[in-house]
Design a binder for this molecule. Structure first.
Ligand code: GLN
Length: 385
C-alpha cells in the first residue's frame, strides 16, 4: 500500500475537495486559486520567452535576471537589502519549504509548528526525520501565544516555522510579536522558517512585516516567497527561498536534488512581472480586496459569522456563531452535496483535527460566482441552522 508520511493523508484536502466539487458540479471556494483573468503582461512575457529564449536548464539557483528582480522587488516593496547569494529560486513555495526543511533539520531535531498549519509542513518535518511540537493560535483573533511558544522549546529544538500572512486565518504577525520571537530564537539559538507566500496580499494597504526586518532574525531566517501567489498564477510553480548565504547554500544543495531548476520561460516572465509598477500591483490587489469584502458582506447578510481577514485569498466562518453544528468536515461535505458550494474544513490544518468550528472559503472569484454561492449558502443555512 502507498502511504504518506505518518500523520498526513494520502491525498491533500485541497485536491480531494476539488475533485468532490468537480464531481458534484459545485462552486469551488475550497482550494485557493482565483478565476480572474490572468495577468496578460505575464502571459505575453512567458510566451515570448518560450519562443525567443533558451529552454534548456537555467542556472541551478535561478536565472540571474530573476534573482536580481526578486532583490529589487523586496527593496522597493519591503525595504529589504538582499544579496544575490541569498536567493534560491525553486519550483514553487512548496519546493522551497521542502528544500529548507531538508537543509535545516537532522533526524532527532525538534521543530515548533503553529496550528492551524499549511498541510505540507508536518509531512516534510517527518520526511526530514525530525519531530514536531505544536502550538495553537487562539481563536477568534488567532493570536500567537508567545509563552506557549517558549514552553514548547526543548534542548533539541532547532527551528520555529511561521506563516504570515496566515493561511487559513488571514491574520498577519506584527513587528512586536516578531521581536519577541527574535528574542526567543537568540536566547535558544534557533532558526526560523517563515512562509511569506501571501506577502503581497495584505488587502487593506498595510505593509508586510517579515522576520528579515528584525535585526535578531535577519541571519536566522529563511523567508519563502511565491510568484504563483503574487501574480495569481498558482500553476506556474515559481517560488524562492531568501536567507543569509550559509543558509541559502544549504537550501540550494537540497534544491539541486529535488527539482534542480524550474522552467526558464516562467522565470523570465516572473522577473518582468516583479518589475511592474506599484500601480499595477495595487490594481491587482484591489480585485482581491473587493472580492473579500463582497463575500464577507454576503455571507454576513446570510447569517454567517465571518472572521475578519487582513490577507490571503481566504475568509473563515465560525460555525457555532453562525448557528451551525461545529463539525466542519460534516458541514463541508453537506455543503458540497446539498448546496453545491465547496469550502475547506479548518480541522484539516490541525495535526489531530482538534479544531472543528471553522470553515475556510476562497473569495478570489468573479462577483457573479460569489453571488450564486452566497445565495446557495443562504438557503443552506436556512435549512439547517
Ligand atoms: N495553497 C492552496 C490553498 O491553501 C493549496 C495548494 C494545494 O492545493 N496544494 O488552498
Amino acid at each position: 500500500m502507498i502511504r504518506g508520511p505518518a500523520s498526513s493523508p494520502v491525498t491533500t484536502i485541497f485536491e480531494s475537495t476539488s475533485r468532490r466539487a468537480q464531481a458534484r458540479g459545485a462552486i469551488n471556494l475550497g482550494q485557493g486559486f482565483p478565476d480572474f483573468p490572468e495577468p496578460a503582461e505575464l502571459l505575453e512575457a512567458a510566451a515570448s520567452a518560450v519562443r525567443g529564449r533558451s529552454n534548456q536548464y537555467p542556472a541551478m539557483r535561478g536565472l540571474p535576471a530573476l534573482r536580481e528582480a526578486i532583490a529589487a522587488y523586496y527593496r522597493r516593496t519591503q525595504g529589504l537589502a538582499i544579496a544575490d547569494d541569498e536567493i534560491v529560486v525553486t519550483s514553487g513555495g512548496t519546493e522551497a519549504l521542502a528544500a529548507a526543511f531538508l537543509a535545516l533539520l537532522e533526524p532527532g531535531d525538534e521543530v515548533i509548528l503553529v496550528q492551524p498549519l499549511y498541510d505540507s509542513y508536518l509531512p516534510m518535518v517527518e520526511l526530514a526525520g525530525a519531530t514536531a511540537r505544536l502550538v495553537d493560535l487562539q481563536p477568534p483573533g488567532w493570536t500567537l501565544p508567545i509563552d506557549a511558544l517558549e514552553a514548547a522549546i526543548s534542548p533539541r529544538t532547532r527551528l520555529i516555522v511561521l506563516n504570515t500572512p496566515h493561511n487559513p486565518t488571514g491574520t498577519a504577525l506584527d513587528s512586536g510579536t516578531l521581536e519577541a520571537i527574535g528574542a526567543l530564537c537568540e536566547r535558544h539559538d534557533l532558526l526560523l522558517l517563515c512562509d511569506e507566500v501571501w506577502e503581497a496580499t495584505l488587502l487593506d494597504g498595510a505593509p508586510h512585516v517579515s522576520p528579515l526586518h528584525v535585526a535578531s532574525l535577519r541571519n536566522r531566517t529563511v523567508k519563502i516567497g511565491s510568484a504563483g501567489k503574487i501574480f495569481a498564477l498558482t500553476g506556474w510553480k515559481v517560488g524562492w527561498a531568501v536567507a543569509a548565504p550559509a543558509l541559502a547554500n544549504a537550501i540550494a544543495a537540497r534544491h539541486q536534488f529535488l527539482t534542480f531548476t524550474t522552467a526558464p520561460s516562467l522565470q523570465w516572465a516572473v522577473a518582468d512581472g516583479l518589475a511592474l509598477s506599484e500601480t499595477w500591483h495595487d490594481a491587482h490587489r484591489a480585485r482581491f480586496s473587493a472580492a473579500r469584502d463582497h463575500l464577507t458582506a454576503g455571507l454576513g447578510a446570510a447569517g454567517y459569522r465571518v472572521l475578519p481577514a487582513r490577507g490571503t485569498w481566504f475568509v473563515t466562518v465560525d460555525l457555532a456563531a453562525s448557528g451551525l453544528p461545529p463539525d466542519d468536515v460534516v458541514i463541508a461535505e453537506r455543503m458540497i452535496d446539498e448546496a453545491g458550494v465547496a469550502a475547506i474544513p479548518v480541522s484539516a490544518f490541525y495535526a489531530e483535527r482538534a479544531q472543528k468550528n471553522y470553515l475556510r472559503f476562497c473569495f478570489a472569484k468573479e462577483s457573479g460566482v460569489l453571488d450564486t454561492a452566497i445565495e446557495r449558502l443562504s438557503d443552506f443555512r436556512g435549512r439547517i441552522a
